[in-house]
Design a protein around this ligand. Structure first.
Ligand code: TPP
Ligand code: SF4
Ligand code: MG
Length: 262
């Protein structure tokens, strides 16, 4: 007996809304709605961070310190404690919290503009001191929230709102590779860089984040996971081009992989 299958036409918009067959939202993300752009990589990174907290049963002890950028919108969508820091200062706020509550699980969520432009010394000093905190860097190579201006992680030749002809080393200097820098510091226990532009990299991102969390739980010292994220709006590319643009523009310079392990 041949099974009869029903195929829906894709020649025109559907006449009825799609049926929700299941909800895969992690339990620590409290709403499915957010205001970030279509094709943005930041929600994927935050999702991986929250899934790892849930799987390691850290939700009750987690305090997350947010920097300022598009990702800050998620501060209201998470079922963990959240503290808002001033631009770039999250590692110092996290240091204070961890020293007061050594049993707590303390992490930061920051962008490249926040961590590497405005707060470079905060994160490097926290790493050098070996603070037992975990920092997550969402690196899209632009100040996304303010309109796509160049940051210090922008790669050479990359077009941004403030480097229309592409980043020129003579005029704008060279990019800072934050994770490579942090990995040279002896207070750093775990440093890794990953991306969310394809399924394999998303799985790797979750694996690296889990290892960073485990290193904090073991009291090993500072941990950092840098996650390359798509920003089609700030890059001025079509939404669907974001993953390939990341692969061609950011990934060849900010190399993916583990840079320091305990
Ligand atoms: C001290 C200070 N300087 C500048 C700003 C303006 N500002 C808000 S968000 C933002 C960009 C943040 O960029 P990034 O951390 O890379 O996050 P993204 O938006 O790219 O995710 C800036 C410059 C601010 N809020 N505070
Ligand atoms: S501007 Fe970029 S980082 Fe911000 S929400 Fe849009 S795609 Fe994401
Ligand atoms: Mg950014």
């Amino acid at each position: 007996m041949t099974e009869e299958r029903i195929y829906l036409s894709t020649d025109s918009p559907p006449t009825e809304p799609a049926a929700l067959v299941d909800d895969f939202t992690p339990s620590l993300i409290t709403q499915a709605n957010h205001h970030l752009c279509p094709g943005c990589g930041e929600p994927i990174a935050i999702r991986a961070a929250m899934e790892a907290i849930e799987e390691l049963e850290l939700a009750q002890s987690t305090i997350t310190v947010f920097g300022i950028g598009c990702y800050t919108a998620f501060a209201h969508n998470l079922d963990v404690e959240v503290v808002q820091a001033l631009h770039g200062r999250a590692p110092s706020v996290a240091t204070g919290i961890k020293r007061m509550l050594p049993e707590g699980f303390v992490m930061t969520v920051q962008g490249d503009g926040d961590m590497v432009n405005e707060g470079l010394q905060e994160v490097l000093h926290a790493a050098a001191r070996g603070e037992n905190i975990t920092c997550l860097l969402l690196n899209n190579g632009v100040f996304g929230e303010t309109g796509g201006q160049m940051t210090t992680t922008t790669t050479l030749g990359q077009r941004t709102k403030t480097s229309i002809e592409g980043r020129d080393p003579h005029q704008h200097g060279h990019p800072i590779l934050l994770s490579d820098l942090a990995a040279t510091l002896d207070g750093a226990a775990y440093v890794a860089r990953c991306a969310v532009n394809n399924a394999g990299n998303v799985a790797r991102t979750k694996r690296y984040i889990t290892k960073a969390y485990e290193s904090q739980m073991a009291g090993a010292g500072f941990s950092l996971v840098e996650i390359l994220t798509m920003c089609p709006t700030g890059w001025f590319v079509d939404t669907l081009e974001g993953p390939d643009y990341l692969q061609d523009t950011l990934a060849p310079v900010h190399n993916i992989g583990e840079l320091r392990t305990p």
